[in-house]
Ligand binder design. Structure first.
Ligand code: 2P0
Length: 329
């Protein structure tokens, strides 16, 4: 029996039934303290804890319904089962169904503007997890839903909530303590902006990229402990609503992750020249007195974090940016 099968046998009843059609929404999220590297690929367990901010109304809505045969509609287009995105989704559903057939009709759509260039597997797997929980009439508690969503995508474990969310690394070999928890705090002035950058051909997947970094980057040795420390320090800064501490920590953590990737052999480089040009603009705006900080993930886009009082500075230095108010939108 596979390790993942053993976990699902522990978390779910042996027999499921599709009790009803169900819809769910989950927001996308941006990590301020990054997840990069797995300690167990079968159970998708991370090397380090991570901390994110959810993107409010930018996310995924998914409807699951009983059907005569499996069917997947993604952004209004029916996807064949062997399309890469469909395969990931049906593999995840197979973990739930195990030996049962339980055909499903799945209609899923992202609410993220295409121009933002943020395809989100995090919101997709989180919305699907919530919809399946309701369709199968399970009412699992949030910690279990987060553990399950983690099997779709690590970052999906954080997308079950709005606001700031921390995914604890955990220590247990079976992953039972590796799930996310929301931080009990609203910070209405907190803002994120997405600065879209021309990404060109699709970059290496996060999954492959983090494996390659862990195996070949001499800098990876220092990453897990640094990331754990950053995560704890950022949580404290968020709870104190201390942006002067949080902003520099988030930017440093993102750059340390990219430096670790760049030191992989061969190098892994998600940032493009245009991403660096955006970073130069961020540093220029800071030199002019605006508290704007940058974070970047497994792609060329740059995300800005700032407080509402820097909105005018962001609008003038980054007219192309899409601004999100995570506690209002
Ligand atoms: C994060 N990223 O913390 C980091 C920062 C990208 C850079 O989580 O293999 O899609 O499915 O667990 O969650 C993207 O990786 O990877 C990611 P898997 P996932 O947001």
């Amino acid at each position: 029996m596979s390790e993942a099968r053993a976990v699902f046998d522990r978390l779910l009843p042996a027999r499921l039934r599709v009790a009803r059609a169900a819809s769910a929404y989950a927001p996308a999220n941006i990590a301020l303290s990054k997840y990069w590297g797995k300690r167990d690929t079968a159970l998708n367990l991370p090397q380090n804890s991570s901390l994110s901010i959810s993107l409010g109304k930018w996310g995924t809505t998914t409807r699951v319904a009983p059907a005569a045969a499996d069917r997947l509609v993604f952004n209004e287009e029916e996807l064949p089962a062997d399309a890469p995105a469909a395969r990931k989704l049906w593999d995840f559903i197979a973990l739930w169904r195990r030996d049962q057939t339980l055909p499903l009709d799945i209609v899923t759509a992202n609410t993220i503007p295409t121009a933002a260039g943020l395809a989100s597997s995090a919101s997709g797997f989180a919305a699907l997890t919530r919809a399946l929980d309701e369709a199968f009439d399970l009412s699992l508690d949030a910690a279990l839903l987060s553990q399950i969503a983690r099997f779709g995508s690590g970052s999906a474990s954080r997308s079950l909530w709005h606001g700031f969310v921390r995914w604890n690394r955990g220590d247990a070999a079976d992953g039972s303590d590796s799930f996310a928890v929301p931080l009990e705090l609203r910070w209405p002035a907190f803002r994120i902006a997405i600065v879209p950058v021309d990404t060109g051909p699709k970059a290496q997947s996060s999954r492959d990229g983090m494996g390659h970094t862990l195996r070949t980057s001499p800098l990876y040795e220092t990453w897990p402990a640094q990331a754990e420390a950053d995560c704890a320090a950022m949580e404290a800064a968020i709870m104190a609503q201390d942006f002067a501490v949080l902003g520099p920590l988030a930017e440093a953590n993102a750059l340390a992750m990219h430096a670790t990737m760049m030191a992989a052999r061969p190098a892994l480089m998600y940032l493009k020249p245009a991403s660096w040009a955006v970073l130069e603009r961020v540093w220029g705006a800071r030199a002019d007195g605006a508290a704007i900080f940058a974070t970047m993930d497994a792609g060329a886009n740059v995300k800005l974090i700032f407080l509402a009082d820097a909105l005018d500075a962001v609008a003038s230095a980054f007219p192309e940016a899409e601004v999100i108010a995570p506690f209002r939108d």
